[in-house]
Design a protein around this ligand. Sequence first.
Ligand code: ADP
Ligand code: ZN
Ligand code: ZN
Length: 681
Amino acid sequence: MSAAARCVVAVETPQHASLGGLLDYLCEQPLAPGTLLRVPLGRREVPGIVWDAAPDSAATDGQLRPVAEALDALPPLGDAWRRLVDFAAAYYQRGVGELALAVLPPELRKLDNTQLGRRVAKLQKLPPLPPAADPPALPPLTDEQAAALAALAGPGNGSTPALLHGVTGSGKTEVYLRAADAALAQGRQVLVLVPEINLTPQLEARFAARFPGRRLVSLHSALTPAQRLRHWMLAHLGGADLVLGTRLAVFAPLPRLGLVVVDEEHDPSFKQQEGARYSARDLAVWRAVDAGVPVLLGSATPSLETWQRVQEGRYRRLALDQRIGGGAMPRVRLFDMNTLPRERGVEQPALAPPLLEAIRQRLERGEQSLLLLNRRGYAPVLHCGACGWKSGCPHCSAWRVFHKLDRTLRCHHCGFTERVPRACPDCGNLDIAPVGRGTEKLEEQLAALLPGARVARIDADSTRAVGALESQLSAVHAGDVDVLVGTQMVAKGHDFRRITLVASVNADAALFASDFRAPERLFALLMQAAGRAGRDAEQAARSEMWIQTWHPTHALYAALKRHDYAAFAASQLDERRSASLPPFSHLALVRAEAKTVQAATEFLNAAAALAAGASHISVYPVVPPAVSRVADVERLQMLLESPSRPALQRFLAGWLPQLQPLRSQHKGVLRWAVDVDPLAI
Ligand code: ADP
Ligand code: ZN
Ligand code: ZN
């Protein structure tokens, strides 16, 4: 039997296969690019997507295999979607087929064409939502909001990304809503990206309240597979007007895309940390520019990459400098921990006496306090004073954390958990002691220091159960909590009305971290945390942000005290420029995992040898990451740097395909991967 046509199909092929995941197949009739398929690959049948029109050459038809099934009940994925995947695959150095199929809802693979057709028909028949009885009342825009929206609607709106720069409570969300309204009025779809699932419900609620007649769907990893499929299909079929989601939503097919919003654009969660390590923020910008539609990046503390683009005139800055209702940012108070009396063998108090007093004042006034400590558990390590034993993880180069509530020692890297030993496992000493302080201990100490106060804790441990976070947050909102202890989880996004004091208990830890982005992240976190206090204008006057520090004169804290993001950014960018770090250079990180340090090192050194002499590329020595052994696997990494993004891209595209064959010569290597524009190095 001779088939009538050929097509180029994107299929999942193993990582970095030289084929890139595009294979030719025969089909009975020409299939539109973007059509979903099932095709034979080896002895299996795998999903695929028609990627291109067939090449003209008639050769080798005889060797091509026919398509198994065309899933053409689903309208083809559009050109814009395929361009996005093509770009992302090339930029992040993955196969087109691998990436294309990885970003589809997994449930899609389970359906045959008939089942698919039934779903499509059902979703296409969904009746429009009834318009709201009373349209929502809109607040009159502030001058700054009006100016931002005018700029967004003005010339250049589809080609120059806009940074919406404003602190918490400055009215950014209102600008998103108005911009969305304009896009919806033109019959367009709106894509809104948020960094974390936890932040979707509140934004979803505000969009739903503003646009009652519009269909809004969410896309994130906490949906059931069936929900995710349904929401994705609604986006693709055009039935959804608003799509709100986490980083994976950047790949939602949107045939009528009219606006892209990235809220908290600086947040590291936009970077995918496994598989194709893409930045959803950067892809969102690319996608909007490609589609010629406006993109709004919102933040109080933009990423330095974004800020530098503003300096260069490649992005526009739309400023919201005033908080709505005139509320001021809280006063920042640096408490110098060096002034506390020190006694040998006596642990420093969790809170300096003046800070404790400030919390007591809040208690008396019926106001809330938020204490931030970025370390969960009771204590980061247990220690035997007699023999020096410490609670190391046998599988990782890390300490196991003492969790007092369930009396366990837990490794936060590999999960290895044991009951706390009653005595030192090495010498039998009964007096093994926790060293340092985590959120559990802070909670316990606060309860002792503030009798009668209602102390609560929110961190990854307290919120493990489904719905736990929501119920804990609503207890805070309802005023059932006086003092809240939490990790950075609570510093982000939540709109607490009654908090007038925020304190960072141990901020310094990030000041001297080896990662060059640590100060940027600390500044963003502290600004964001400060934004939690005094959102109510009347309370703003007496709101405070406390920072306990041993380095009160540090430039980062000085800028924070003045709420001066621009000064902080300028000083950081100076440092980055002189050290040739991003955004003034471009990085790629190659990671290798092996049973032994030697195997991973040899592989990376051999890879480095293949890179020798490449122009405009610096290859740094092989080094271990901060935690080098996890779950008995040794991890090593090698950084590549280039002053030119295209030069780095060209180099990687030629070099990486040589690494897969190299790996087969280094049998001990379990895995390797490249991370383009790595966030943590
Ligand atoms: P952000 O997103 O920057 O934190 P929001 O848009 O949530 O700021 O605005 C903060 C608060 O002010 C919200 O309660 C919002 O409803 C209100 N708000 C925003 N814009 C206006 C306005 N122009 N007039 C009155 N209230 C507004
Ligand atoms: Zn001991
Ligand atoms: Zn471990």
